[in-house]
Design a binder for this molecule. Structure first.
Ligand code: FES
Ligand SMILES: [Fe+2]
Length: 417
């Protein structure tokens, strides 16, 4: 029975309405984060999968776009809505020099210039007055990148030392090995920052990826992590967080067997995030100490409540791609094979992140010391937004050319090179 003599505390009654931090999460044109993100290049498609066949529609930073490759091999990104009377260029036809709208046959090149207005005399004598809004593209590492920011502030597309040069026999893997997702990737239905913050939250592996999902990424000392990697009672003392030139990284110390004698060695698992949305995650299934890093991931917002992950892997074969795409099983199954009840019993990253909400409610959070990486990342993102709002270049933008950027990710023998 309830003791009516004592007043209950902490009940749900009368709480203020919850809210999210719009400055960190909302990405549409004109929003503070949207303007900051528009100062960087973002992947929009996989180069190899983008052929001169049908166009593809996508949504990036809240804008509906069509991605295509014309018959001359040039990639193009234009507004989906035709600048004549608004039909979707998703139903357009890719031709040698552009894309042609299905409704009245206006044709636009990769820079949106109107090449022809099929139903106007002479192909449209005033066609030069029509312009389909477009964005600059560049291709590198097997990805098509788009720049959606102010034209006079366009930076060079950066290079990264982990992805080049290709060694003998290597190639780039940048397509999801899933039918239908090869070209513009797979969309997840929650805010991009929930995914991105997860990458600088190693503590969740010690709980979600072991105590709830079952031990994941687990190996024998030559493949994944040993069980001791996870130990939730010691993880807080085994992880350190560091600012890097372009972002933040964490280093997680653990012990694993090494060599034929099976002696235990100290290893440092390190993951770097580079602003605004890049993640350098080593292969967590085939953990290879002291190997050169070989992969970048981009968490690209589609809009405020959806995002897509793009990646580029430098490799001689598809092993890393497969471990990245299919390496996280829940109770031995892929997520899409599970019933709701199985997901309750064996939740994984998707269940944890998606259930935070379309956009997590920051007003309802209770941050703790083990959220240090998340706090560091948010602080850097806020600075990035403030810089752009004040007319300054954000981190990593504004330095032309230069050497390939170094990436501080991998698993390293502690005290080694
Ligand atoms: S609406 Fe596209 S050509 Fe008319
Ligand atoms: Fe995770």
């Amino acid at each position: 029975m309830t003791d009516t003599a004592v007043t209950d505390t902490g009940t749900g009654y009368g709480r203020e309405p919850s809210s999210h931090d719009a400055r960190l999460t909302e990405v549409g044109p004109g929003t503070p984060m949207g303007e900051a993100l528009r100062r960087y290049w973002h992947p929009v498609a996989s180069s190899a999968a983008l052929t001169s066949d049908v166009p593809h529609r996508t949504r990036i930073l809240g804008e509906d776009l069509v991605v295509f490759r014309d018959g001359q091999g040039r990639a193009g990104v234009v507004f989906e809505r035709c600048s004549h009377r608004g039909s979707s260029l998703f139903y357009g036809r890719v031709e040698d020099d552009g894309i042609r709208c299905c409704y009245h046959g206006w044709k636009f090149d990769v820079q949106g210039r109107c090449l022809e207005q099929a139903c106007e005399p002479g192909g449209g004598r005033r066609r030069n007055l029509a312009r389909q809004p477009w964005y600059p593209v560049d291709e590198r590492y097997g990805l098509v990148f788009v720049y959606m920011g102010p034209a006079d502030r366009k930076p060079e597309l950066p290079r990264w030392d982990c992805l080049e040069p290709l060694a003998e026999g290597e190639q780039y893997y940048s397509s999801w090995p899933v039918p239908g997702a090869e070209v513009t990737g797979m969309e997840a239905d929650y805010n991009w920052l929930q995914m991105y913050e997860n990458a600088v939250d190693p503590v969740h592996a010690s709980w979600l990826h072991s105590q709830h999902s079952g031990f994941q990424f687990q190996g024998t000392g030559t493949t994944g992590f040993p069980e001791s990697y996870y130990d939730p009672s010691t993880v807080a003392e085994r992880v350190t967080y560091h600012r890097t030139d372009l972002g933040v990284k964490y280093v997680q110390r653990y012990q694993d067997k090494s060599g034929a004698d099976g002696a235990l060695v100290d290893l440092d698992w390190s993951v770097e995030l580079q602003l605004p949305n890049i993640l350098a995650l080593p292969d967590f299934v085939n953990v290879t100490p002291d190997a050169r890093h070989d992969m970048l991931i981009w968490v690209v917002p589609s809009d405020d409540t959806h995002h897509r992950m793009f990646f580029a892997i430098r490799s001689t074969d598809s092993t890393h791609l497969e471990s990245f795409a299919f390496g996280i099983k829940q109770n031995g199954k892929d997520n899409w094979q599970m019933s709701d009840e199985e997901k309750q019993r064996w939740p994984g990253d998707y269940e944890a992140q998606r259930s935070q909400g379309d956009i997590t409610q920051h007003s309802e959070e209770t941050l703790a010391p083990s959220d240090r990486g998340v706090v560091m990342l948010r602080r850097m993102l806020r600075t990035m937004v403030d810089d752009v709002a004040a007319g300054r270049d954000p981190l990593g933008v504004g330095t032309p050319g230069g050497p390939a950027r170094s990436v501080e990710s991998g698993v390293f023998t502690a005290g080694g090179a």
